[in-house]
Design a protein around this ligand. Sequence first.
Ligand SMILES: CC(C)(COP(=O)(O)OP(=O)(O)OC[C@H]1O[C@@H](n2cnc3c(N)ncnc32)[C@H](O)[C@@H]1OP(=O)(O)O)[C@@H](O)C(=O)NCCC(=O)NCCS
Length: 220
Amino acid sequence: MDADLLRADLAALYPQFGLRVAHRGTVLLVPTDEELLELAEIVAEPGGVVEPGRAGELMGWPEDEGAVAARRFVEWAWRLREAPTPTRWRAPFAVLDGGRVLGLAVLAHELDDPAGTARTSSWLARAEQGRGLGRRVRLMLLELAFGPLGMTRAVTAAAVGNEASRAVSAACGYRETHRATGSDGVVEVHAAVTPGAWRKKRLRDVDVEGAEAFLDAIRG
Ligand SMILES: CC(C)(COP(=O)(O)OP(=O)(O)OC[C@H]1O[C@@H](n2cnc3c(N)ncnc32)[C@H](O)[C@@H]1OP(=O)(O)O)[C@@H](O)C(=O)NCCC(=O)NCCS
C-alpha cells in the first residue's frame, strides 16, 4: 500500500496518524512500521543515540544493543498505539529531516492534568545532535501543544548531567520547577514552560496539520 494511503487509513481509526508538523525541511509524523524500523536501526547501533557509558543520563535508557534493543524499542512504540482519550493520549513523532528519519519526539498527556499539560521527550541519532535540530523539534512540539491543542503548560525532565537536553529546555523558555532522585539514583531536573514564555522563542512558519480530529478525541 502507498505510504500516504496507509497513514490516511490509520488516521481514520487513530487520529494521531493524521498529525503533521513541518518547519522548513523538518517534518514530525507519527511513525508507521516503516519509520519505526528505521528508528529501531538507530537504537540498535552501539552508541547510536547515547555515548556508551552515559546511558544513566537518559533516565532509564537501557544499555542493550542490536536486535534486543531494536525489539524493545519497536514493542514500546507499538504499545503507544491506542485511540487518544481525554485522560490518556500520546503522540510519538518520527523526526524526518531532508526525508531521512533521524529521531523520535513524544508529546503526551500529563497524568494529573491531561486537558492542560503536555509532557515532551525526545532523542536524536548521535550523528545529528548538536546542530540545533533538538531545539527546533521541541519548538515544533510546543507549536502543536500551545497552538491547536490549546495546552496551558508543557513539562519535561532531564538528568542533571544531560547538558544538551537542559540547554534545549532553557532555550525554549522552560524554568526549573523541582528536582527529584529516581530509583537509579540519578537526579532529575524537572522544568515547565507556559505559552507566554514559549511565544518569545516561537519559530516562524511552523505548519501544523491534522490537529482537529486529534483535538476532538482528547476533548471527548
Ligand atoms: C537532547 C537532544 C534531543 C538535544 O538536541 P540537539 O540537537 O543535540 O541540541 P541543539 O543542537 O538543538 O542544542 C540546543 C541548545 O543546547 C546546547 N547544547 C547542545 N548540546 C550541548 C551539550 N552537549 N552541552 C551543553 N550544551 C549543549 C546548544 O548550544 C544549544 O544552546 P543555545 O540554543 O543556547 O545555543 C539530543 O542531544 C539528544 O538526542 N541527546 C540524547 C538523548 C537525550 O538525552 N534525550 C533527552 C532525554 S531527557
